[in-house]
Design a binder for this molecule. Structure first.
Ligand SMILES: [Zn+2]
Length: 135
């Protein structure tokens, strides 16, 4: 005997579809929120966050930086800030992988110095597509 796959004879079997839709909508909403959080609203600027040993030492809005500035941390790591990015300039560490990471210019990029437990992270602004030229 074959069972019919359609279940139109059971009206309550339609209920789960509503929940499927709700879950889908919730997922879409969550995705949208994540998208907005990571892309940041229009007009946002890059923020350079410097953490050492798990502590946030600096949080600099690069929109306020008009020319190159340098920060020298207690552990000897030197960080340069630019209107459009930031980089680790020098570090007492051996490998200098953090220095080789070069200049970070987009939100989400980071340079890590493991020996000095220092992290330079850019957050905030949109990914900066090639057509997003402002001011
Ligand atoms: Zn390093």
């Amino acid at each position: 005997m074959k069972k019919k796959e359609t279940s139109t004879d059971k009206p309550e079997s339609r209920a789960p579809r509503v929940w499927d839709f709700v879950i889908l909508a919730a997922l879409a909403l969550a995705a949208l929120v994540i998208f907005l959080v990571f892309r940041a609203p229009a007009g946002g600027t890059l923020t350079a966050r410097v953490t050492a040993d798990g502590e946030t030492l600096y949080e600099i809005d690069l929109g306020t930086v008009t020319e190159e500035q340098t920060l020298t941390l207690e552990n000897g790591v030197v960080i340069a800030l630019y209107p459009d990015g930031a980089k680790i300039v020098s570090s007492p560490c051996k490998g200098h992988d953090c220095v080789r990471a070069g200049k970070l210019t987009r939100a989400g990029q980071c340079a890590v110095c493991l020996p000095e437990k220092t992290v330079l992270l850019l957050t905030g602004a949109p990914g900066g597509g090639p057509d997003a030229i402002t001011g």
